[in-house]
Design a protein around this ligand. Structure first.
Ligand SMILES: NC(=O)c1ccc[n+]([C@@H]2O[C@H](COP(=O)([O-])OP(=O)(O)OC[C@H]3O[C@@H](n4cnc5c(N)ncnc54)[C@H](OP(=O)(O)O)[C@@H]3O)[C@@H](O)[C@H]2O)c1
Length: 343
């Protein structure tokens, strides 16, 4: 496996340390960070990056007051950092489309996108378009937003002197292993035994995670959405790698954030089990900062990172043919085709 600049970075490394190491790569960049609230990984990523003079940081998230709190924290340590805010609801495609218009008016150059937003809900819900909430928000919402602002990413590549330094980072989870994409049942209408073998959750999961007699498990649904995040990076790499864009997916570790707020004890135990240790927020944000700025990754055509290093992900999350199938399904669900040329 190829390595990063700092093989010594690992599960205790902080985003602050990573940003210090890659200060030259952060300086002058336009960064879009999606999903920021106080105490979220988004806040820690934003704080780490903003100390190293990016040209522009755009914080896009669901709740304006929370974005403003994060902006205040940034300005408390770096008053000169140029930060813009944008509210959007990733579970509404009309909200995403109007946010993308606003984004395209804010800047036509995006060097880095970090898609950090995700939700985790305990009961069956759907997006405004009727898509299961985790899949529709955590994957489909970010798929639509990213594609709508992609012209700004491509214009960043054309003005960049360093191929590979333009990046799209998709935050995922080790929890992706709980589910492949259920192409025949992404909306969770069927029990596992009605699915083709390759779409079923892995054998041997405890009944608390997936009950063979119930179609819906929030854990499996979250897992499907996180598999979508990894496959989205695979597709972006296939399409745009040759044009100098890199896309990495990142498992941050287990961190106590807002994500666990809706979970019961069992769900919280599951989040904890996705990592060896509970990380602090600054540690949890570190791998995303490596994925976005490590110059050694300029030469790596995509991949999955955990604990600040490249790592293996499930086969069903990394197969380019499955990625292509998901791309087609995602286009169908947003009612628009995105021709990236390389696909
Ligand atoms: N924490 C962990 O242990 C862990 C483990 C594995 C993977 N991850 C991944 O790490 C990423 C960050 O998670 P986190 O732990 O920092 O969670 P978090 O504190 O809940 O942050 C998630 C962010 O996404 C935003 N968001 C949620 N739904 C949205 C929507 N419909 N539209 C727009 N924004 C929305 C939230 O905004 P509001 O606060 O306004 O709702 C929040 O800013 C996620 O992709 C998650 O899957 C986390």
């Amino acid at each position: 496996m190829k390595s990063t600049t700092w093989p010594t970075f690992g599960d205790t490394t902080t985003a602050t340390e990573v940003a210090d190491a890659f200060s030259d790569q952060i300086r002058g960049k336009n960064v879009l960070l999606v999903g920021v609230s106080p105490n979220s990984l988004g806040e820690h990523i934003a704080l780490a990056i903003s100390r190293h003079s990016p040209s522009l940081v755009i914080l896009a998230s669901r709740t304006a007051s929370k974005i403003n709190q994060v902006i205040d924290s940034i300005h408390a340590s770096k008053p000169s950092c140029l930060v813009k805010s944008l509210t959007l609801d990733l579970s509404s495609q009309s909200s995403i489309r109007s946010a993308a218009k606003e984004l395209n008016a804010l800047t036509q150059k995006l060097d880095i996108i970090i898609n950090n937003a995700a939700l985790n809900v305990p009961d069956y819900e759907t997006t405004q378009e009727g898509i299961e909430m985790h899949f529709g928000t955590n994957h489909i919402g970010l798929f639509l937003l990213t594609n709508l602002v992609l012209p700004s990413v491509l214009s960043a590549v054309s003005s960049s002197a360093v191929p590979g330094s333009t990046r799209i980072v998709n935050m995922t989870s080790a929890g992706h292993r709980l589910s492949p994409i259920r192409f025949s049942d992404y909306n969770f209408r069927k029990v596992a035994s009605e699915l083709p073998m390759e779409e079923r959750p892995p054998e041997g999961l405890p009944k608390a995670l997936t009950d063979p007699e119930r179609p819906y498990s929030p854990f499996v649904a979250y897992g499907q959405s996180k598999t979508g995040n990894i496959l989205f990076s695979v597709s972006l790499t296939e399409a745009l790698g040759g044009r100098g864009v890199r896309s990495f997916s990142v498992h941050p570790g287990s961190i106590w954030t807002g994500l666990a707020r809706n979970l019961d004890e069992q769900g919280q135990a599951l989040i904890k089990a996705t990592g060896k240790v509970w990380k602090t927020g600054d540690q949890g944000a570190a791998t995303a900062v490596v994925a976005a700025f490590d110059p050694k990754l300029n030469d790596v055509l995509g991949g999955y990172l955990a604990d600040c290093q490249l790592a293996p992900a499930a086969e069903f999350a990394t197969d380019p043919k499955i990625a292509e199938r998901l791309w087609d399904l995602s286009e169908e669900l947003v009612g628009e085709k995105f021709d990236l040329g390389g696909k």
